[in-house]
Ligand binder design. Structure first.
Ligand SMILES: C[S@@+](CC[C@H](N)C(=O)[O-])C[C@H]1O[C@@H](n2cnc3c(N)ncnc32)[C@H](O)[C@@H]1O
Length: 249
């Protein structure tokens, strides 16, 4: 049985979790949960988008500390009009150990409603073995599928299962430092894992990402980023010829 190398948990002087491997931070120093709520929830039209649906499925690139999962789960369970089920599928090549996940959560989670969910996640954390790990919470209404492995392999296996997401959270490290999370081939796979209703959001508006999105079936617009950041992207799979569907304000 092979085991993955655990990510190294390092904090910058300002307390923000940092990856020495990618030379980048896991989230904005202005707030992990607040960033998720702005970029990924609002950017995907949540909570409205899951209302009136029997189940709602999120696909995330880069699980990291699970802040996006925890914020999504917290928003879902506090919404009386939520979908009956929430499925969250996330891909991670360098997972933290359960102990480091606890340390990271203790350092950055500033919402007393989210902390008990973080403790449940760390208690259920799987061994760092490559492949698919299925966790469930809230009497099985919330499913978390963690795919431990490289983004390209994980997306190929989801394509083989004809998986379709309702929302995409694109959350690799900065494209210049983590290009394998933002390749044209990753975007082509994400388009194949989308329906005409699927939305996406990402904190970046890098030119290389816009090109890869545009050339692989997504239309998007720039909106104000989190905490004074000039722009982020939100959009969906294009329904008509790709070249004519890029809207940039
Ligand atoms: C910005 S962090 C994600 C933060 C996370 N979404 C959260 O809510 O805490 C980016 C993540 O992408 C992962 N990653 C980087 N390259 C990868 C690859 N090739 N395949 C899969 N995951 C990768 C990193 O290990 C890191 O955890």
């Amino acid at each position: 049985m092979s085991v993955l190398l655990a990510a190294e948990l390092v904090f910058r002087a300002d307390g923000t979790p940092y990856s020495p491997l990618h030379d980048d931070v896991y989230h904005s120093p202005a707030g992990a949960l607040a960033q998720t709520r702005h970029v990924f929830l609002k950017g995907n039209g949540l909570p409205d988008a899951w209302r009136l649906k029997p189940a709602f499925t999120v696909l995330e690139t880069g699980f990291g500390m699970g802040i996006n999962f925890l914020a999504t789960w917290a928003a879902w369970r506090s919404d009386i009009e939520r979908s009956a089920a929430l499925e969250f599928v996330s891909i991670e090549k360098y997972p933290f150990s359960a102990d480091d996940l606890r340390r990271a959560h203790a350092a950055v989670i500033d919402d007393p409603y989210v902390m008990p969910l973080a403790l449940q996640l760390a208690d259920a954390w799987p061994p760092l073995v490559p492949g698919i790990h299925r966790l469930s919470f809230d009497s099985d209404a919330v499913g978390l599928t963690l795919i431990f492995g490289d983004i390209a392999d994980a997306l190929a296996s989801l394509r083989a299962q004809a998986f379709i997401a309702d929302s995409l959270y694109l959350d690799g490290f900065a494209p210049a430092r983590n290009p394998d999370m933002w390749t044209p081939s990753v975007m082509a796979s994400l388009a194949a894992l989308s329906s005409n209703e699927t939305t996406f959001a990402t904190y970046t508006s890098a030119g290389s990402v816009k090109r890869a999105l545009r050339e692989n079936g997504f239309e998007f617009r720039k909106v104000a980023g989190f905490s004074g950041k000039w722009a982020m992207l939100t959009g969906k799979r294009a329904t008509s010829p790709i070249e004519t569907n890029c809207v940039i304000d």
